[in-house]
Design a protein around this ligand. Structure first.
Ligand code: MG
Length: 361
């Protein structure tokens, strides 16, 4: 079970359609860092992280130049110990940021390896609560004109989703309100509607937006303000009248602890690719459970479906617009608006490495 191979590969992958959210300009590509961890028995586990284009080279370098030497020869089954070893070894320059992204790819590969060795899917290995998870379409559509926005929602419904998300943060609040009203009119009262402001607002603007959007029965408004203003989150949650989701820009368990302790979030939303992998993701899920909160996910839906299915408080799986579906042999299974965690060992993702080769950076 000793680790004898670590391969790190960087890809720059174009998006089918350029997209925009409030926190970034129009994006047309992203970086994917894939890590393959192998043992002497011939078994291999695969993990990955996703970053803005241009940042992948740094995460890949951390794995190759720093983590690799600390992992080779170690027992791949001691995942918690290995995670702590890498985390503590980079305390000074790490405790979040790029180290969390790099660690995520390694940690996910170790869990995949573990699941494959045991012949168990991650969702059962990590808790096995129930395989069905409510899924929503995480559309990234801030730059789309109204008709394109509505077309995207129609496509999500046609694909079987019963919950959809749209973006907020247009230059005028009036535009956001008009767009939410149009989507609500299209989907009717029974389809769930999430919204995501991607840090568009100052706290005072956010409060006005919450009050203006209260009447539309939103499941949540996500990331209304900058991610580390925990007091601001708490104020919005207490006075805004709409539930809040947040977490894709938190990179440590400590940050989630602070946000939850401040009373700033209804739907903690850890992303295993940004918070250090499956090991810390599960801790955030348990932390949420202990506080009586659900947990949801951001991105990486093919892995997150397992984690949400493992725990009793898994609420929603975001099926993300950066889908890697075209490079993965098996599509995420959707049934009556629910995603089904697969029974294949590990995370069960088989990447089309040959097809991805042209995007190797
Ligand atoms: Mg988001």
């Amino acid at each position: 079970m000793n680790i004898d191979r670590i391969e790190t590969t960087l890809y720059r992958i174009p998006l089918p359609v350029p997209v925009q959210a409030a926190s970034h300009g129009v994006m047309s590509e992203f970086d994917l860092v894939a890590v393959r961890v192998g043992t002497a028995s011939g078994a291999t586990g695969v993990g990955y992280t996703v970053l803005n284009a241009g940042h992948g080279v740094a995460a890949a370098a951390i794995v190759e130049n720093v983590f690799k030497a600390k992992l080779l020869g170690e027992d791949s089954r001691r995942i918690e110990w290995l995670w702590q070893k890498l985390w503590r070894g980079h305390h000074y320059s790490g405790r979040g940021g790029l180290v969390s992204f790099a660690l995520a790819a390694v940690d996910t590969a170790l869990w995949d390896l573990r699941g494959r060795a045991l012949g168990e899917p991650l969702w059962r290995l990590l808790g096995g609560y129930r395989p069905e998870v409510r899924a929503y379409a995480g559309n990234i559509d801030l730059n789309f004109p109204m008709e394109q926005l509505l077309d995207g929602v129609r496509r999500s419904l046609a694909a079987g989703y019963r919950s959809v998300k749209m973006r907020l943060g247009r230059p005028l609040l009036r535009e956001d309100v008009e767009r939410v009203a149009a989507v609500r009119a299209l989907i009717g009262p029974d389809i769930e509607l999430m919204t995501d402001a991607n840090e568009a607002w100052r706290p005072d603007e956010a409060m006005r937006a919450f009050h203006a959007l209260r009447e539309f029965g939103l499941v949540w408004i996500e990331e209304p303000i900058r991610p580390d203003d925990f007091e601001g989150y708490a104020r919005l949650r207490a006075q805004g009248g709409v539930p809040i989701a947040a977490g894709e820009n938190l990179h440590t368990v400590a940050e989630f602890t602070a946000l939850i302790a401040a009373g700033g979030v209804d739907f903690p939303e850890p992303d295993l690719t940004t918070c250090g992998g499956i090991t810390p993701w599960m801790k955030v899920a348990r932390l949420a459970e202990a506080h009586g909160l659900p947990v949801t996910s951001h991105g990486a839906h093919d892995v997150h479906v397992h984690l949400l299915a493992a725990v009793p408080n898994g609420a929603y799986l975001e099926v993300h617009g950066f889908g890697l579906d075209r490079f993965i042999a098996q599509r995420l299974e959707l049934r009556d608006g629910m995603a089904i965690a697969p029974d294949r060992p590990g995370h069960g993702i088989e990447f089309d490495w040959k097809g991805m080769e042209i995007y190797r950076a």
